[in-house]
Design a protein around this ligand. Structure first.
Ligand code: KQY
Length: 371
């Protein structure tokens, strides 16, 4: 069972480890809502299956799925992927799942954030979201992990950490009045320190253009090692993404991390720009989710990758740019294989590979109590 803790992680000696630290596993949810995923979510299910299959090559994967879709998901996913029944409103485990924290003894706990569907009734992406809000607690039950209930709204995709005291995030998302109105930057900084065990925050400005999450950092910039980040980039000064990426570059260049280091920045060329086609827009049911319109710019980015044990699983989004992005990732992660998975169908739903995955950092083995 998962107990609810009344204290705070940092006070108890817990911190969020970097994604590039070792994992005990990875969780995903199964896509099915037809107002977000086109053609009855079948192309998205194929893409999620490819991601789960790739990650499962080097760490245990669990896919949580509704009762309605259980048999379908079980049949499509490889046998080595565990499939568990769980309700949700959509399929963004990065944002609705728990953020795991560890301590020096190798114990693992989790933080369960408040969730308001990326903005609540003020430009949030759907209503209701009560099933999503319950996912983190259910994952903690399945993992037998005690959890802290954080008293503020946060999505896992809006933060990245280096595991050595530094966090990166964006003002566009964290300071957005649709997340934590009435909380100042200084108050949020204190809360992030208390719940993630970090000391230094590097604030970036805006995320990727037309990102419906209000600029999640995981679509813009990610730590690849202590003191190193990958940043989505374009050299086209007329592209509105240029000002955003350039501003992030300048802020990263002048920042020092918690250990006093300057950051090495790997520039990751962006795909496209990519746009939604008429067919793609016509394929999803119009209803409560964010509208899908022909010609809409998609928030495509190669920074939205997942760092698994011994590999990086990256989105393939543009045949003209995939190889260049893969080569940058190979340099940024010299010890890992870089594996590409076709990911346009995930992008059409509003996110990418990092947004649909949630790592379970490695903990010391627990002795089983018997009797
Ligand atoms: O990218 C994410 N982290 C979530 C995107 C949610 C999109 C809902 N349509």
């Amino acid at each position: 069972m998962s107990a609810t803790l009344k204290s705070r992680p940092a006070t108890d000696g817990f911190h969020m480890p970097a994604e590039f630290a070792a994992h005990d596993g990875c969780w995903l949810l199964w896509p099915e809502r037809t107002d977000n995923w086109r053609l009855g979510a079948k192309p998205a299910q194929a893409a999620f299956t490819a991601v789960a299959t790739a990650v499962a090559a080097t760490e245990p994967v669990t896919v949580a799925v509704s009762a309605r879709q259980f048999r379908n998901a079980r049949a499509r996913l490889p046998a080595r992927v565990r499939v568990l029944e769980m309700s949700s409103d959509d399929a963004w485990m990065r944002d609705v799942g728990p953020t795991f924290v560890v301590d020096r003894r190798g114990r693992r706990r989790a933080v369960d954030w408040e969730f308001n569907a990326w903005g609540g009734l003020d430009k949030g992406l759907y209503f209701p979201w009560d099933l999503d809000a319950a996912v983190a607690g259910k994952v903690c039950e399945a993992e037998r992990t005690d959890r802290y209930l954080a008293p503020f709204v946060l999505e896992g995709g809006s933060i990245h950490v280096d595991g050595q005291g530094t966090l990166i995030t964006t003002e566009e998302c964290l300071l957005n009045p649709n997340r934590n109105p009435g909380r100042s930057r200084a108050q949020l900084e204190k809360l992030l320190a208390a719940y993630l065990g970090i000391e230094t925050i590097i604030w970036l400005g805006q995320g990727v253009i037309h990102d419906e999450t209000d600029g999640h950092v995981d679509n813009l910039c990610c730590f690849s090692a202590p003191g190193e980040v990958c940043l989505t980039w374009t050299n086209d000064r007329r592209d509105p993404q240029y000002a955003r990426s350039n501003d992030a570059y300048e802020r990263l260049k002048s920042a020092r991390d918690a250990r006093g280091r300057r950051l090495k920045i790997h520039r990751l060329v962006q795909p496209g720009p990519l746009y939604m086609t008429d067919d793609e827009a016509a394929g999803s049911d119009g209803s409560s989710a964010a509208p899908r319109l022909p010609g809409q710019r998609l928030a495509g980015s190669y920074a939205n990758f997942y760092i698994a044990n011994r590999q990086v699983v990256m989105p393939l989004l543009d045949r003209r740019r995939d190889a260049a992005a893969g080569a940058v990732l190979k340099r940024a992660f010299p010890g890992r294989k870089v594996v590409g998975v076709p990911a346009r169908e995930i992008l059409l739903g509003g996110g990418n590979i990092h947004c649909i995955t949630q790592q379970v950092p490695r903990a010391a083995r627990r002795r089983l109590r018997t009797g």
